[in-house]
Design a binder for this molecule. Structure first.
Ligand code: G6P
Ligand code: MN
Length: 438
């Protein structure tokens, strides 16, 4: 039976992950869940929620604890699910609003907000990996901590042998959205995709049942705007936006299906036009998920538990669990994972951190080599982005202002070095508590 530690246990994503773990208890038998967080209050709230879930679902034999002590959290555990967010939503708000106030894209993982978050996040994740090396060197870390390309690169440099899998749920979400809207079953799909994290393209989606590549017909549908997103995940505005953004991108570049995050790099002007610089995604999440979770904990604390767990968990948790069971039972499932390139994309520098299909089994990750070179358009975009990310990681390790400025300037959401410097200087000020000194 497995011991799972959730790093960033207080996160509102935790109940969804635990629900998925419980739903798959045969493949992933559980003895203990440990919630690790540096925010004791949030962690304690989550402890109450999870304890209630375990009881309600008939898993009272599973030990649950919450702790702020890394030694207690990690010693002897089998899996670490890392979803830490260094600086929390308060800092996410700054990542989004500071660039916007200079007329640039304001987003938590793309653009300069993503770079600012990256500088914070590297410290947090390197710390977790360090603890795991010390207290549970045999355990697997399944990492969702953003921005994934940047933190993966940092871990690759400091702990090249870490037993860590870097994954993002975005491709799953894209596939699920497309499948539900156009009447396919994602479970039959073998997609081919390449790129960087939050920055990539589908080149084929083979359907095992239909025995054909369904990507061309999906592109046609996307171009025809035949979407009925309203039926899907009711109320989630971001999905409707994502979907219509994919349509816009495929209209102009109809040979692939893009990750909708490419909107930030291809159409930053459109995105900015639709952004409210006083009310961003961080505000939405704080007033939505965060508040609801707090209220949930409060209700449980007061013994008012009727319908308290009624919320939509999404696919996120299932994805993590499938990865854990793939490792544990050598299931060799296929995922999109973030790995050092090493020839997977043959005409891209080998030391880039890329997102490509990979099989996961008892020995870890086995990425797939694409064999065919990618086109110059994608390659050029990726090369600029990789260089920018590498410069940022250099800046972090070397404490180099020059390299941070180069990274900020090279970011493709940034039109000139003058505004890059302005935002960098403001970010340094805002992130004093978190960034290394530059
Ligand atoms: C997707 C991305 C994650 C990101 C999340 C943000 O799932 O893959 O990398 O963290 O969206 O969602 P939120 O609801 O917090 O804006
Ligand atoms: Mn992601």
């Amino acid at each position: 039976k497995q011991i799972i530690t959730i790093a960033g246990g207080g996160s509102t994503y935790t109940p969804g992950i635990i629900q998925a773990v419980l739903n798959n208890s045969e493949r992933l038998p559980l003895s203990e869940i440990r919630l690790y967080d540096i925010d004791a209050q949030r962690n304690e709230d989550m402890y109450l929620i999870i304890q209630y879930m375990l009881e309600k679902e008939g898993f009272s034999d599973v030990v649950i604890s919450s702790t702020e002590d890394p030694e207690v959290a990690f010693t002897g555990c089998d899996f670490i699910f890392s979803q830490i967010r260094v600086g929390g939503l308060k800092m996410r708000e700054k990542d989004e609003k500071i660039p916007l106030s200079h007329g640039l894209v304001g987003q938590e993982t793309c653009g300069l907000g993503g770079f600012a978050y990256g500088m914070r996040s590297m410290s947090g994740l390197l710390e977790i990996v360090g603890y795991v090396q010390k207290y549970a060197p045999e355990a697997w870390i399944l990492n969702y901590t953003n921005p994934e390309s940047i933190v993966s690169e940092a871990v690759r440099r400091r702990y090249p042998k870490a037993k860590m899998i870097n994954a993002c749920d975005m491709t799953i979400s894209i596939e699920e959205t497309i499948a539900i809207n156009y009447g396919y079953d994602r479970k039959n799909w073998i997609p081919t995709y390449y790129g960087l994290n939050h920055f990539g393209w589908y080149t084929a989606i083979y359907d095992k049942k239909l025995k054909r590549d369904v990507m061309p017909e999906i592109i046609e549908k996307l171009n025809g705007q035949e979407m009925q997103v309203a039926d899907f995940n009711a109320g989630d505005q971001t999905w409707q936006e994502a979907f219509s953004m994919m349509s816009v991108i495929t209209k102009n570049f109809p040979q692939n299906i893009p990750n909708n995050y490419l909107e930030y790099y291809l159409y930053p002007d459109m995105v900015i036009e639709h952004s409210d610089k006083n009310y961003t995604r961080a505000n939405m999440v704080m007033e939505g998920r965060e508040k609801n979770t707090k209220e949930m904990a409060k209700k449980i604390r007061n013994g008012v538990t009727k319908d308290v767990l009624n919320f939509n968990f999404g696919e996120h948790g299932q994805y993590i669990v499938d990865m854990a069971t793939s490792l544990l039972n050598d299931e060799r499932r296929r995922f999109m994972l973030i790995v050092p390139n090493q020839g997977a994309i043959p005409n891209l520098r080998p030391d880039a951190v890329v997102e490509v299909p990979a099989y996961v089994g008892a020995t870890g990750v086995e990425p797939i080599s694409l064999r065919e070179p990618i086109c110059d358009f994608h390659k050029g975009m990726m090369e600029a982005q990789v260089a920018a990310e590498k410069l940022l990681v250099d800046a972090y390790f070397e404490g180099s202002y020059q390299k941070a400025l180069q990274a900020f300037t090279l970011n493709q959401t940034v039109p000139n070095a003058r505004v890059a410097k302005k935002v960098l200087d403001e970010m340094i000020e805002a992130n004093k508590e978190y960034w290394p000194e530059l």
